[in-house]
Design a protein around this ligand. Structure first.
Ligand SMILES: [Zn+2]
Length: 137
């Protein structure tokens, strides 16, 4: 009959994130307990256009079918959908841009699906390629 899970994660398609996201999901005990959406730019898609419809449809299906409690929105630095690291004057501006996009996405979700908790995350891709996944309050 029904099968349920705890959460859905929305992250960028960027292949560099794969191992770090996998490790993070394991550490959060969400591996195998989380629906997964890969979409370029992640929270950038809350833009009031068809990208937002596509993303919302996935989250709504996850909510209805798998009765998730939480949406994890994860952006990352050096994201091609934002023009990469070079598009930003400095790291602070880049971090703020992602933080703002995540907050906007969280606001849209809270309005449309108020029963779901939203967790905002950023995967920091360092110049040497290491990745740190951090929570954004
Ligand atoms: Zn990306």
């Amino acid at each position: 009959m029904g099968h349920t899970c705890s959460a859905i994660i929305v992250h960028c398609i960027d292949f560099r994130l794969g191992p770090a996201i996998s490790d993070w999901l394991k550490s959060e005990k969400l591996m195998g307990d989380c629906d997964i959406v890969g979409i370029a730019g992640a929270a950038k898609n809350f833009n009031g256009e068809k990208d937002e419809d596509v993303l919302m449809t996935q989250i709504e299906i996850s909510s209805k079918l798998h009765e998730i409690k939480k949406v994890i929105l994860m952006n990352h630095t050096d994201c091609g959908a934002y023009g990469g690291r070079a598009a930003f004057e400095n790291r602070e501006v880049e971090d703020t841009t992602h933080s703002d996009a995540l907050s906007h996405g969280a606001d849209v979700l809270k309005e449309k699906l108020p029963h779901l908790e939203v967790q905002k995350m950023i995967a920091q891709i360092e110049p040497d390629g290491t990745i740190h996944i951090e929570s954004i309050i």
